[in-house]
Design a protein around this ligand. Structure first.
Ligand code: OSB
Ligand code: MG
Length: 366
C-alpha cells in the first residue's frame, strides 16, 4: 500500500495550570499533527510535539523537518511490520529530530494499521495486553500532593510518581515520608529529581529516606556519570530518564545498576527506538516504563499501544501528563487519567481528530 498524500497541522492546547519546564513556564501545549493518506481512503495520524526545556528542536524546525520527511514518504509503499519490532523505518528517519521521528513513524504505523484493519497495538505485538496500568503524577503544593496521594490510593493506582529536588532536601524527605504513608502498602512510589542534586545532596536525601520503600529514584544527579557509583554506594534503586536521550540501545548494558528505564518516545527518537530500548532493558533485567511528555491524545494513545505490547507483564506506564491538558485535538478525549487504561478504547478514540478542535492558529503547512 502506498502513501498518496499528507497534511501537516499545528495545534495549541490550553493546560489546566501553567507548567514549569526546566525553569520555563508554558501555559499552552503546542505541537504538530501529521496526517498521511493511503490508497482507498485510509489515514494515519502522527504527532510531533517538541517539549520546551527537554527537546533540542523547536517547533518551526520540527515543522520543516516533518514536512520534508512527509514529502519523502509520499509515493512510497508503507513498510512491512515485523511482529514485536514494529514497522521498519524509512530512509532519513534516523537523522530526524526525536519528536519528528516519533511523529512520522506514528503516522506510518497508524496508516499501516488502518489499511490492514488492525489495531495499532498489534503493530507493536500480536499479543498485546488489553489493559495498561498507569502511574499517577503527584503535583502542586505539599497539601495538593498529599490529597493526590490519598485519591490515587482510593482509585486503585498501582504506582504514583512525585517530583523531588525542587525544595530543600529536608522538606523533600519529609514530604516523601508523608506521601509514602498516605499511599499505603499497595501503591509503589516513584521519585524523580530531574538531575537536581550534587552528590552530597543526593546522599543526604538517600540517608533521609532510608527505610522508606520506593520503587525507584529517577536521575538524582546533575552529573549523570556518577549515577552508577551513587546507586552502588547508597543502595537506592535508580532509574534512567534524561540519560537515555542520545544513548544507543546497545550502550544500555553499561548501566546495569539501574532498575528501570523511563522511555519517552517523543524525546528519545520514536517508536522503533523505544521498542528496541525496552527490549534491551528487559534482557538486562530492567523495567521499561513507557512515558509521555505532554503529548495530545494522538501521541498519548500511541504510548498506550506501545506499553500494551512490551514484555510479558504490564509495567505501570507514565502517562499522567495527559491530565494537564485542558483540551485535545480529538473528541471525545481519551479515557484517561485512569489507574488501568483500556487499550482498544484509547487507540480508537485517537482516530477522531477534529479539525475544529485545532487552535484557531492551526494552518495546514503542507
Ligand atoms: O513519567 C511520568 O509519569 C510522566 C512524565 C514526566 O514526568 C516527564 C514529562 C515530561 C518531561 C520530563 C518528565 C520526567 O519524567 O522527567
Ligand atoms: Mg524523569
Amino acid at each position: 500500500m502506498k502513501v498518496t498524500g499528507f497534511g501537516l497541522y499545528r495545534f495549541r492546547l490550553p493546560l489546566t495550570a501553567p507548567l514549569v519546564l526546566k525553569g520555563e513556564t508554558v501555559r499552552h501545549r503546542e505541537g504538530l499533527l501529521l496526517r498521511l493518506d493511503g490508497a482507498g481512503g485510509a489515514v494515519g495520524w502522527g504527532e510531533a510535539s517538541p517539549l520546551p526545556g527537554f527537546s533540542r528542536e523547536v517547533l518551526p524546525e520540527a515543522a520543516r523537518e516533518l514536512h520534508g520527511l512527509a514529502e519523502s514518504v509520499v509515493g512510497r509503499g508503507v513498510p512491512e511490520a515485523r511482529p514485536g519490532a514494529g514497522l521498519d523505518g524509512a530512509p532519513g528517519f534516523t537523522d530526524a529530530a526525536p519528536s519528528v521521528r516519533f511523529g512520522c513513524e506514528l503516522a506510518l504505523w497508524n496508516l499501516y494499521a488502518a489499511a490492514r484493519g488492525v489495531a495499532l497495538p498489534e503493530v507493536v505485538s500480536p499479543r498485546f495486553r488489553a489493559v495498561v496500568p498507569a502511574n499517577g503524577l503527584l503535583a502542586g503544593s505539599p497539601t495538593e500532593v498529599l490529597g493526590g496521594a490519598r485519591r490515587m490510593r482510593a482509585e486503585g493506582y498501582e504506582a504514583a510518581k512525585l517530583k523531588v529536588g525542587g525544595r530543600p532536601v529536608g522538606e523533600d524527605v519529609a514530604l516523601v515520608r508523608t506521601v509514602r504513608e498516605a499511599l499505603g502498602g499497595d501503591v509503589s512510589l516513584r521519585l524523580d529529581a530531574n538531575r537536581a542534586w550534587g552528590t552530597q545532596e543526593a546522599l543526604e536525601f538517600a540517608r533521609g529516606i532510608e527505610g522508606v520503600g520506593i520503587e525507584y529514584l529517577e536521575e538524582p544527579l546533575e552529573e549523570p556519570a556518577d549515577l552508577g557509583s551513587f546507586a552502588r554506594a547508597c543502595g537506592v534503586p535508580v532509574a534512567l530518564d534524561e540519560s537515555l536521550v542520545g544513548m544507543a540501545p546497545e550502550a544500555l548494558g553499561a548501566h546495569r545498576y539501574a532498575v528501570a528505564v523511563v522511555i519517552k518516545p517523543s524525546l528519545i527518537g520514536g517508536l522503533s527506538r523505544a521498542l528496541d530500548l525496552a527490549n534491551r532493558a528487559l534482557d538486562l533485567g530492567m523495567r521499561p516504563v513507557v512515558s509521555s511528555a505532554y503529548e495530545s491524545g494522538v501521541g498519548t494513545a500511541a504510548l498506550v499501544a506501545l506499553a500494551a505490547g512490551i514484555g510479558d507483564e504490564g509495567v505501570p506506564a507514565g502517562l499522567d501528563t495527559y491530565r494537564r491538558l485542558a483540551g485535545d485535538v480529538i473528541e471525545p478525549r481519551l479515557p484517561l487519567p485512569a489507574p488501568r487504561i483500556d487499550v482498544r478504547e484509547t487507540v480508537e478514540a485517537a482516530h477522531d481528530v477534529v479539525p475544529g478542535r485545532l487552535s484557531p492558529e492551526a494552518e495546514p503547512i503542507g
